[in-house]
Design a protein around this ligand. Structure first.
Ligand SMILES: Cc1cc2nc3c(=O)[nH]c(=O)nc-3n(C[C@H](O)[C@H](O)[C@H](O)COP(=O)(O)OP(=O)(O)OC[C@H]3O[C@@H](n4cnc5c(N)ncnc54)[C@H](O)[C@@H]3O)c2cc1C
Length: 380
């Protein structure tokens, strides 16, 4: 497990922190307020190379390790959770999959553009009846002349508002759940893919989440990986995705701690700063300790991914610990700021709403506990 960063990792972290401070932080409140997709910030992130962090340099990416990736997502989430998760979708759930499972032709067509940020990617797995039970895919891909007819509905597809490419999962062999699902590369401007409802979400506003109605024919050359192996691809991508969400949660939690400390030093009651009260000190101590513990799990999971080991359990532990620590940190920050935090438009109010999403997307906390408990019981 890594505890000490290499000089390269440290330098990359510092560059991401600078980008977050100088570019992202200025827009965070505005993105939250308007709920509009932050195309300008994503463009700047693309210029900084942040859309293809782990994609090999030969395909236009930065070719960094997952530890660096997690450090960058954490730094950006400290400024804006929305920008961090949008980047994590295009990096881990799309770029990574095309880099590892795409054919040369598919990489030629999509990967360089994804890695450079010229286009964004979206990951369409969830459906009205396939949330935690993601293997329950009702979208079908039926063989027809020249390819497959894709038909169904996807929900909560982040980045869909702006993405040029979606990885769409569909059932190719009914009745065998996760063993009969295939991943397809679908251009978002294809006829027969219709963006319908736009989610008006509590937090991570501006993520461009759309529902998609699908009824189109795709070519056999749009299959990503092998037929019926799509669910394995989705789970593989979600290992890194969950590390990124853990990092995102750490960034949100850190921002909550910073807000709480600043307020506790500033606000006086009973003739002294509230930071002098032990009740406040202990809340700050718990926030810092829980986030640091989760940070160790997150670094361990990122490191495991770098070693090409199966990091499913490490990623689940990191996401579970970090998202719940961020939730508690945002909650305690709200308590420390009290009426100031509860005011609509306060930074803590935004962090409180943003933190909550990390316990839901890319697998709920219950889904992570299912993964972890299965491993624990198997080992016992
Ligand atoms: C902001 C946002 C962005 C998203 N982006 C994407 C995206 O880009 N692509 C995508 O495909 N999806 C996306 N999602 C969907 C997300 O992955 C799902 O919301 C998530 O997997 C949970 O599914 P669900 O909401 O249908 O909840 P459900 O599965 O209906 O779960 C409801 C509750 O039941 C619990 N539960 C379910 N099954 C069990 C069980 N067996 N044991 C114990 N508890 C259980 C859950 O943990 C939860 O508490 C996004 C969601 C949000 C909110």
């Amino acid at each position: 497990m890594i505890l000490e960063l290499t000089p390269e990792q440290r330098a990359f972290q510092q560059a991401a922190e600078r980008f977050a401070r100088e570019v992202v932080a200025q827009r965070a409140a505005g993105i939250d307020h308007s709920g509009e997709f932050p195309s300008d910030v994503m463009y700047a992130a693309a210029q900084a190379g942040l859309c293809g962090i782990t994609v090999p340099a030969q395909w236009g990416g930065l070719g960094r390790d997952y530890v660096s990736y997690a450090l960058a997502i954490e730094a950006i989430a400290r400024a804006s959770a929305t920008v961090a998760v949008s980047l994590s979708v295009t990096n881990s759930l799309v770029g990574d999959l095309v880099a590892h499972f795409g054919t040369e032709t598919q990489r030629d067509r999509w990967l360089r553009r994804l890695a450079s940020g010229e286009i964004l990617g979206a990951f369409a797995l969830s459906e009205p009846d396939a949330g935690t039970d993601a293997a329950n895919q009702k979208t079908t891909a039926v063989p027809v002349a020249g390819g497959y007819r894709l038909a169904g509905r996807k929900v909560w597809v982040a980045n869909a508002e702006e993405a040029a490419l979606a990885i769409v999962f569909a059932c190719t062999t009914p009745g065998v759940r996760g063993h009969g699902i295939t991943a397809f590369l679908v251009p978002m401007d294809a006829r027969g893919i219709v963006r319908t409802a736009r989610a008006d979400s509590l937090g991570v506003r501006g993520l461009g989440c759309m529902d998609l109605d699908l009824d189109l024919v795709v070519g056999g050359d749009q299959v990503l990986g092998e037929i019926d192996h799509g669910f394995r691809l989705a789970m593989w991508a979600l290992q890194a995705g969950r590390v990124a969400i853990a990092a995102q949660a750490l960034g949100i939690g850190d921002a909550a701690v910073a807000e709480a400390i600043a307020h506790a030093r500033r606000r006086e009651q009973f003739g002294r700063p509230i930071a002098g009260f032990q009740a406040i000190q202990w809340m700050l101590a718990d926030m810092a300790t829980e986030l640091d513990a989760a940070r160790l799990l997150t670094m361990r999971a990122a490191d495991a991914r770098d070693r090409q080991e199966n990091s499913t359990v490490e990623a689940a532990m990191a996401k579970l610990a970090a998202s719940e620590a961020a939730h508690r940190a945002a909650d305690k920050a709200m308590q420390i700021l009290a009426s100031e935090g509860y005011r609509r438009g306060s930074t803590v109010e935004r962090l409180f709403r943003d933190a909550r999403a990390t316990e839901i997307y890319q697998g709920t906390s219950e889904a992570q506990r299912m993964i972890i408990s299965a491993a624990v019981l198997a080992d016992a």
